[in-house]
Design a protein around this ligand. Structure first.
Ligand SMILES: *Cc1c(COP(=O)(O)O)cnc(C)c1O
Length: 304
């Protein structure tokens, strides 16, 4: 834990790189990508922003363990394990799928790496996992693990949302005239953080690209973190069949982007974000003259 004091989570500003190609020129838009996939060697992308104030809070509360929830492919599980390793916390992952218990040969690379970073797993049946937000269940869990700091699935809470202030300020400084921002949405914490701390402007729009099916239920959750009148919107039709699923159109946009710009995307999140942007551009839904930021939220650890 003391490591957190010595090696406080210093904010390193990542590049905002311009992207140039014929397609963007034809549509007369300027495009940049914010390279937060390069912000930390092990706690990559948006997860670093979401964890940093939670780690400080855990330390303040004298907790020596981080306890959280996730599926076998969760970037949040990977990031929590890596953060524990880097900053001296024990980590416990409550993982969906009791069939994985004692069968490491069936585990994802994410689980193997989390375990290599010291995470201990408790595998839950789907039925038990469904109680992950239930206050009674969480209270019992806290009593069983009194020295644990509990993080929700996906890591979204107020401290996580507050972690996006420095990122928003970076973007403001690096490209004050941006008027569209695209980011991938899982729980919506990242979208909420970017919307909460970006300066509202008449032409400015923040687009969250939902990566899960039927993500409408996130709207009130996201809204409750935002008190300015910034325009933001959840694009709900680019989930490509649901979490960790893809389709030919999404795959084509992702392949095109990776070869054109030599930047890797992950299939769960950033590929869908990029596809939403390209698709809207091709359908003339983005006005000429727009200055667009694509937020690369990381997630490359999940690629196989
Ligand atoms: C976790 C994750 C997201 C989703 O973030 P939320 O704050 O849960 O919406 C987006 N992109 C990547 C790469 C992620 O790992």
């Amino acid at each position: 834990m003391s490591k957190l004091n010595q090696k406080t989570l210093i904010h390193h500003q990542t590049l905002l790189s311009p992207l140039q190609c014929d397609l963007f020129e034809q549509h007369q838009v300027k495009v940049w990508i914010k390279r937060d996939d390069l912000n930390h060697p092990t706690i990559q992308g948006n997860k670093l922003h979401k964890l940093k104030f939670n780690l400080k809070q855990a330390e303040q509360e004298n907790k020596d363990t981080l306890l959280t929830f996730g599926g076998a492919y969760s970037n949040h599980i990977a990031a929590t394990a890596a953060a524990g390793q880097a900053f001296g916390f024990k980590t416990i992952g409550l993982i969906r799928g009791e069939e994985l218990a004692n069968r490491p040969e069936t585990w994802s690379r994410t689980l193997h790496e989390a375990q290599a970073n010291g995470m201990r797993f408790i595998f839950l049946s789907r039925e038990a996992y469904r109680r992950r937000h239930d206050p009674q269940f969480l209270m019992t869990l806290q009593q069983t693990h009194p020295s644990a700091y509990l993080l929700p699935e996906g890591g979204t809470n107020l401290l996580a949302v507050q972690g996006f202030q420095t990122l928003s300020e970076d973007l403001e400084a690096q490209c004050p005239a941006w008027n569209q921002l695209y980011t991938a949405v899982g729980t919506g914490g990242t979208l909420a953080g970017l919307a909460r701390y970006s300066q509202p402007a008449p032409e400015r729009r923040i687009f969250g690209v939902a990566t899960l099916k039927e993500s409408r239920y996130l709207l009130p959750e996201i809204r409750r973190y935002i008190d300015s009148d910034i325009h933001w919107q959840l694009l709900e039709t680019y989930h490509a069949g649901g979490y960790a699923k893809t389709d030919a159109a999404t795959q084509a946009s992702s392949d095109w982007f990776e070869t054109t710009f030599n930047i890797s995307l992950d299939p769960v999140y950033t590929a869908k974000m990029v596809h939403a942007f390209i698709d809207r551009l091709r359908h003339n839904q983005i006005p000429p003259g727009s200055r667009i930021i694509l937020y690369h939220s990381g997630g490359l650890q999940g690629r196989v």
